[in-house]
Design a protein around this ligand. Structure first.
Ligand code: GLC
Length: 744
């Protein structure tokens, strides 16, 4: 058994790892090799033999969805001490934005435009998850999303590949550390490879049709960045990509991922996805599914046991060669060696309590939430509010909701413990000064599949129309008796995330009706949004003087909202995704090609005749309590040769009276070339903190990596000799412009 302490010390060299893996492999039966390719779903409801019985036979290499922490060492002991080769298990779970201490959802962290926020968040998440016994997180989610109807937009970094790639690298580093194997880090999984965010109509799991140039110029960059950053695993997506399911897509898994990017980790399917190849009308039966998925480069079968049922037969009848099985097993064993699981397979069960008690974790969560929030409106400088306010009403169905504050993708059986917005405001003003009314409840029209996991005894009955009306009137009356009203509206936690697409982007339920009635009272109103996707808050954008996009801000969300509303923190977040005026306008994004009737032409009315097609709020937008100027935009040369680089510099000044953060954003447009190129593309950003009156000079480099594109016409990457416009400013509509030319 390999865990009998090989006397060799583990040399950090690849050679030593490879030799060790080959030695382990050489002692394994075919059944055990296939076991390593099988990830067992450990949900109580799942049919089939007990996990320990499968593990004892060497029938599983990994276990997912296990949340009973006492079970980790129990099952690991079976694997290490009772299975034929004693190969330790990898325990996996979706730790998307926190394990015990919950951070803002990834879309919120992307709104910080500060990769260190994401890195520090995932560092804390990894420390807590590993202390709980988790080795492997199914994160970061890297799907570019340009359709807010798609519920999983909440899990990613929004619409832009450049910002998405920066957030990808930061999260991989946060989860895994610099080199895989530290005892307080976890294996990461860049998911869902690839194109999932472009599902037809924003409908979760629906087919995706993307051209090769869309894939390579827009959807691949965050994944390539994650691979270059050393991500240990990739999770393939569920859906058909151009009629070939991503989990059996040789172009994705062999040609691009391994052939071009040199990925040397392993690929895991999404849940049950190998077996689902039959349902999707791609595979004839389970045997066909197993053969085509493995041949396409899918190494581990998550929870469907299709590999466990069919791979041995495929080898025996000669359809598969055992060398192909070995090739899939090697990266799995190599990662287990790198993670030190053979030396230290067990978890110290006393660790978690020590780790989650660290005050730094909640401080990090509060900082992340502060930096993730986006000030969308502040007419008349209503914000920041005075701390002397003595009669404030906090109103809305999410104001005191721990679930909505922590958001989607919680760990199964996680008990929400967030500081709600109401609690945060009461902690700042004193409870006597703050009245509260939830107003009518909000709920999905169609329940989420996640609701099925809620024990029937814990399910709340629907609010009756009479109770809803009474709640409406009570909320209005509460507002009537206050001097100022803070409305906390948006979506509940299960309205975004998986199985959470929607056709409308309006505020659910009677929230807008209540908002209008409160505003009609004529008092100052502040709107705080808790939501996992852009919302079409058209009326609020015109009629509510102050709007703070707080997203789903996590355990410390209420404190962070209060920090910003009362001026202890000056908001500096920027939108990582355009806000459509209607759901039907999706997909909408700033990096579009120019049409023959450009947006500046009077014929621009050629778009919808029933309303403006422009976003309600553009990509990169966000206000501050102070003001900034961008001046002195310069390029190091008016011309640059193909393959060389120029430097762009800009002065950013805080022209207001208080310190604040600004995000300098650099956009380019290639004016002609082998292909039409988007009217603007983000190619640089930097978040700065500036004292009143302070000026900082920011510099960006534009080289081949930023100026090349995948050419549809040429069918390859190329850099054109062409003229470019460039802009630097505070969002994608930046007006300060200059130009340069690339010459051959
Ligand atoms: C889900 C999701 C995926 C998740 C996996 C395991 O269906 O698509 O993101 O990691 O199953 O929970």
């Amino acid at each position: 058994m390999d865990n009998q302490r090989d006397n060799q010390s583990i040399s950090p060299t690849e050679t030593a790892i490879k030799a060790r893996v080959d030695a382990i492999l050489g002692r394994m039966s075919l059944e055990e090799k296939i076991g390593q390719l099988t990830q067992l779903g450990a949900m109580a409801f799942m049919p089939g033999p007990k996990p320990e019985d499968v593990i004892r036979k060497g029938g599983a290499g990994s276990v997912l969805w296990l949340t009973d922490r006492k079970q980790f060492n129990v099952l690991q002991k079976v694997a290490v001490e009772e299975s034929p080769s004693g190969i330790p298990l990898l325990f996996a779970l979706d730790v998307i934005h926190g394990y015990h201490t919950i951070f803002p959802v990834p879309l919120a962290m992307a709104s910080s435009w500060d990769p260190s926020v994401a890195e520090r968040a995932q560092t804390v998440a990894a420390r807590e998850a590993r202390a709980a016994g988790i080795h492997w997180s199914f994160g970061p989610m890297l799907d570019i999303a340009r359709d807010a109807r798609w519920g999983r937009i909440v899990e990613g970094a929004g619409e832009d590949p450049f910002l998405g790639a920066a957030m990808a690298v930061a999260q991989v580093r946060g989860f895994q550390g610099d080199v895989l194997g530290a005892p307080d880090r976890v294996l990461a999984s860049a998911k869902h490879f690839a194109g999932y965010g472009a599902s037809d109509g924003g409908r979760d799991y629906d087919p995706v049709y993307l051209s090769e140039s869309q894939l390579r110029n827009t959807y691949f960059p965050p994944f390539e960045a994650a691979v270059k950053a050393g991500v240990g695993t990739i999770m393939s997506a569920y859906m058909d990509l151009n009629d070939v399911p991503a989990g059996a897509n040789r172009f994705l898994l062999r040609d691009v991922l391994r052939g071009e990017w040199g990925f040397n980790g392993f690929v895991v399917s999404d849940a049950f996805a190998v077996g689902n190849l039959v349902i999707q009308g791609f595979a004839r039966d389970g045997r066909d599914a197993a053969l085509r998925a493995l041949s396409a480069g899918l190494d581990m079968d998550m929870a469907s046991n299709t590999y466990g049922q069919h791979l041995a037969g495929l080898v025996e009848d000669g359809s598969l060669d055992v060398a192909e099985i070995d090739a899939a097993v090697r990266p799995i064993l190599s990662i287990k060696v790198r993670m030190g699981l053979f030396e230290q397979p067990y978890t110290d069960e006393s660790m978690l309590e020590q780790v989650i008690a660290l005050p730094a974790h909640r401080q990090e969560a509060r900082l992340a939430a502060q930096r993730s929030m986006v000030l969308l409106r502040n007419e008349g400088g209503l914000l920041p509010l005075s701390k002397q306010l003595s009669n404030v009403a906090v109103i809305g169905p999410l104001a005191d909701s721990m679930e909505a504050t922590e958001g989607s993708w919680m760990i199964f059986d996680h008990k929400p413990a967030a500081v709600t917005v109401l609690a945060g405001i009461r902690a700042r003003l004193s409870a006597a000064a703050v009245s509260y009314a939830p107003g009518p409840e909000i709920k999905r029209d169609i329940p989420s599949m996640f609701d099925d996991f809620v024990p029937p005894a814990d399910r709340k009955p629907d609010q009756s129309p009479a109770d809803a009306e009474a709640a409406y009137q009570t909320a209005l009356d509460t507002a009537r008796h206050a001097d100022l009203v803070i409305m906390v509206l948006g979506e509940s936690a299960n309205m975004a995330g998986e199985f959470a697409s929607r056709a409308s982007l309006d505020l659910p339920g009677r929230q807008e009706e209540l908002l209008k009635a409160v505003v009609a009272l004529g008092k100052p109103v502040v709107l705080v949004l808790l939501n996992g996707r852009p919302l079409s808050i058209n009326w609020a954008a015109e009629n509510v003087p102050a709007i703070l996009e707080a997203w789903e801000p996590g355990t410390e969300g209420g404190h962070a909202v209060a920090d910003i509303l009362f001026g202890d923190v000056n908001p500096g977040g920027k939108l990582p995704v355009s806000f459509p005026r209607k759901g039907a306008h999706s997909p909408i994004y700033y990096a579009r090609n120019i049409t023959h009737q450009p947006e500046t032409s009077p014929m621009y009315r050629s778009r919808y005749w029933d309303g403006l097609p422009t976003p309600l709020y553009p990509f990169g937008f966000g206000l501050s309590y102070t003001t900034f100027s961008f001046t002195n935009l310069k390029v190091s040369a008016a011309q640059v040769k193909v393959g060389a680089a120029i430097t762009v510099s800009i002065d950013v000044t805080n022209t207001g009276a208080i310190a604040g953060d600004e995000v300098a954003q650099l956009y380019i447009h290639q004016k002609s070339g082998s292909d039409s190129r988007p009217m603007r593309e983000l190619k640089g950003f930097e978040r700065l903190t500036l004292q009143p009156g302070e000026t900082k000079t920011v510099t960006f480099k534009l080289g081949p990596a930023e100026l090349r594109h995948w050419s549809t016409n040429a069918g390859k990457w190329l850099q054109d000799a062409a003229a470019f416009d460039l802009w630097v400013g505070a969002d994608c509509l930046a007006s300060l412009q200059t130009e340069f030319e690339v010459v051959s």
